[in-house]
Design a binder for this molecule. Structure first.
Ligand code: PMP
Length: 385
């Protein structure tokens, strides 16, 4: 058996696809220490720097002193502390909806929501670049699955049309990232909502990279486009701009109660640590109280994008702080990433299976905490590369 795994690993190695996580031994703002060397990290999804914010750290420590490090059980058993409840109420208030339900990660949320709402009699339409957690969840439902070309609403419509003869006992769901995690571009929600109405489908949108970043109050890409009320199900995560951990679905009472009672990835797993809930509660407060963080994020993002465009890099229509720098060839991408590493910049090479063959790229994420000097340093090295 082990020989099978060994030959699989050797093949990955030959193709330059073997992965091993880099181990961070210390963090100082945007800098990380790896193998004794300090590097400026351009690969964190901690867009507002909240994972390093003293108020979040304090909240987590205080909650841990009070409730302990672990929740001790699943939510419905005895794992729900006052902090879990408070966080759900705060998320519901933040999202202007009746209620919210927490999961232990964004991945688990997609799994928990999609496999509960959608079953084998239904039909799913899925963008080809949707995050793995949406794709895996869709497969697990055993529903009929139709993949449409990335952001291609004409293709989506042709697929919707094709199944429109199937009797209406089947529910149709269009599921999409709000902001695509590897390309940083946004889902064309307006057109998606129009098609959903025309073909009597529901929309489900994952705001993993929209939460805390887009919209007037940071509710996400759906808020930015003024479409929240038209999307049937909106999912988010606290693991990125909120600097914490744990995913959530927020919406009308009946939807949330149904998921709370039926969702296996909610029912059969230990609750988030109370300290994590306290950190997320504080993150939501800071999002309200420190709008400058988001302004800084956008100023940094606009600055680096305009410089990269001057240098004629292909940024694939990114609307966010996720900036793909397309290289194409996997080995070449790895070499450039290594050159940047040698100069003190941590910019990972993204390669298959995370992205399709031939679309290897450097994936840059900009945060509110990056300084002009750090960005200029990276640009200088990139222009040489
Ligand atoms: N959805 C999308 C679009 C993501 O990019 C990610 C994380 N990369 C997730 C869900 C999973 O979220 P989490 O890391 O909180 O599990």
């Amino acid at each position: 058996m082990l020989n099978f795994f060994k030959s699989g690993l050797a093949e990955l190695n030959r193709e330059g696809l073997l992965r091993k996580p880099r181990v961070i031994s210390a963090i100082d703002g945007t800098r990380v220490k790896i193998d004794g060397k300090w590097l400026v990290s351009f690969c964190s999804n901690d867009y507002l720097g909240l994972a390093q914010h003293p108020a979040l750290k304090r909240a987590m420590i205080e909650a841990t002193k009070k409730f302990g490090t672990g929740a001790g059980a699943a939510r419905l058993l005895s794992g729900t502390t006052a902090l879990h409840q408070e966080l759900e109420q705060k998320i519901a208030k933040f999202k202007h909806v009746d209620d919210a339900l927490l999961f232990t990660s964004g991945y688990a949320t997609n799994l928990g929501v999609i496999t509960t709402l959608i079953n084998r009699n239904d039909i799913i339409f899925c963008d080809e670049l949707n995050h793995a957690s949406l794709v895996d969840s869709a497969r697990l439902t055993k529903a009929q699955l139709h993949i449409y070309r990335h952001r291609d609403m004409a293709h989506l419509e042709s697929l919707l049309k094709r199944v429109s003869r199937i009797p209406h006992r089947a529910s149709r769901y269009i599921i999409s990232d709000a902001i695509f995690s590897m390309d940083g571009d946004g889902a064309p929600l307006k057109e998606m909502v129009r098609l959903a109405k025309k073909y009597r489908a529901y929309t489900l949108v994952d705001e993993a990279h929209g939460t805390g970043v887009f919209g007037k109050t940071g509710r996400g890409w759906c808020e930015e486009l003024g479409l929240e009320k038209k999307i049937a199900v909106i999912i988010g995560t606290a693991s990125k701009a909120l600097g914490s951990l744990g995913g959530f679905v927020a919406g009308p009472q009946a939807l949330i109660d149904y998921i709370r009672n039926k969702s296996r990835p909610f029912i059969f797993t230990t609750a988030l640590p109370p300290g994590t809930c306290a950190a997320t509660i504080t993150a939501l407060k800071i999002l309200r109280q420190e709008p400058n963080l988001r302004k800084r994020l956008w100023a940094n993002t606009d600055y680096i994008k305009s410089r990269l465009e001057e240098m004629e890099f292909n940024l694939r229509g990114s609307v966010s702080s996720i900036i793909p720098i397309m290289i194409g060839d996997t080995k070449q991408t790895v070499v450039i990433s290594q050159m940047l590493w040698n100069k003190g910049f941590y910019v990972p090479a993204i390669r298959p299976p995370t992205v399709p063959q031939g679309q290897s790229r450097l994936r840059l994420t900009i945060t509110a905490m990056h300084t002009r000097e750090q960005m200029d340093g990276l640009l200088r090295e990139l222009s040489k590369a």
